[in-house]
Design a protein around this ligand. Structure first.
Ligand code: ZN
Ligand code: ZN
Length: 327
């Protein structure tokens, strides 16, 4: 197999040949057909997360086909098309797993961060943490659903039932979640980098009721806001944009520092919270809904060997929607 490997934090990924490995008990080996590029991959490469580890193969939005089964795998066959997400393993016995919050597991493994991921021609996954994808939909178009979609969905659920939803940072997650929120008969208010009119146009094209810069106030107070951008400065802006009792959800795994802000913008029972990782139930619920809605993803394809270019384009906001690597 070949992979784009992070050998040292802060350096470009390197095209590397690795020996093929047979899946161990409970594992499947998957030929990668497509792997989405997520902002978290940038945090891994930049060493911004708490467990930097090298060498590692990034990538946790994997669509592929099973080509080998380890002993003891039930319910999956060679040839099945599956998705492999960020949560690669949870222990099942810690207090969080026991209370159905495996996203907070004390001993988790994360694909593309603490176990090798999908910037590769093949990968190995714990069979209990892969999602059968069926044959509907194109490989590259499905890849962003596996993190941008899953985490976006968890964030939307946590944002509550309000009708007016603000989305800060209109990238891979927001362009999917805007479609879900519209389908739920909610109004979407899209906040982009100030002056990014292509992104604002993109949001309006997906049914947003309003689109503007993150430094602007929406035309009416929001019931809830989800912050997808990794920018702490957005937290006070979003708190100002939500109504009394409104909720601000930080969806990312990392954010720049949040500046201090006056208590008055949190007061009146506004809530500020974060979303971490996903449970398998989030993934299963979202895949069902995405198929029902017919979620359409905007993807820009890059050959696997050009992963570094895809990452720098993501960093610079050079494309709408999501980048996807194809072998
Ligand atoms: Zn656990
Ligand atoms: Zn991700």
């Amino acid at each position: 197999m070949h992979a784009m490997v992070l050998k040292q934090i802060g350096t470009p990924l390197e095209w590397t040949e690795r020996p093929d490995r047979a899946p161990a008990r409970g594992e499947v080996r998957v030929n990668v057909l497509a792997c989405g590029v997520c902002r978290t991959d940038l945090h891994v490469i930049d060493g911004e997360l708490s467990k930097p580890q090298t060498p590692i193969i990034p990538g946790h939005e994997i669509v592929g086909r099973i080509d080998a089964l380890g002993p003891g795998v039930a319910g999956l066959q060679i040839g099945d098309r599956v998705g492999i997400p960020w949560l690669g393993y949870a222990c099942g016995v810690c207090p969080y797993c026991v209370m159905h919050r495996e996203n907070l597991c004390d001993r988790p493994l994360f694909t593309g961060y603490t176990r090798d991921g999908g910037y590769a021609t093949a990968t190995i996954a714990d069979a209990r943490f892969v999602f059968p994808l069926g044959e509907q939909g194109e490989d590259a178009a499905l890849a962003p659903l596996l993190c941008a979609g899953f985490i976006g969905w968890r964030s939307l659920v946590i944002a509550g039932e309000g009708k007016r939803i603000g989305l800060y940072g209109f990238g891979a997650s927001a362009h999917i979640i805007a479609q879900v929120a519209r389908w739920q008969h909610r109004s979407v208010f899209a906040f982009t980098r100030p002056g990014d009119s292509p992104a604002q146009k993109f949001a309006l094209g997906l049914g947003a009721a309003w689109a503007g810069g993150s430094d602007e106030m929406p035309p009416e107070p929001l019931d809830a806001a989800i912050i997808f951008a990794a920018v702490g400065d957005l937290v006070p802006l979003a708190l100002k944009a939500v109504r009394k009792g409104g909720r601000v959800v930080c969806a990312g795994i990392h954010m720049s520092d949040i500046p201090s802000f006056p208590y008055s913008i949190l007061w009146e029972e506004r809530e500020l919270l974060s979303v971490a990782n996903l449970t398998r139930k989030d993934g299963a619920d979202f895949l069902k809904i995405a198929a029902q809605i017919g979620v359409v993803t905007r993807v820009t394809r890059y050959p696997l060997q050009q992963a570094n270019r895809a990452l720098s384009d993501l960093r610079e906001g050079k494309f709408e929607g999501a980048a996807v690597l194809v072998p």
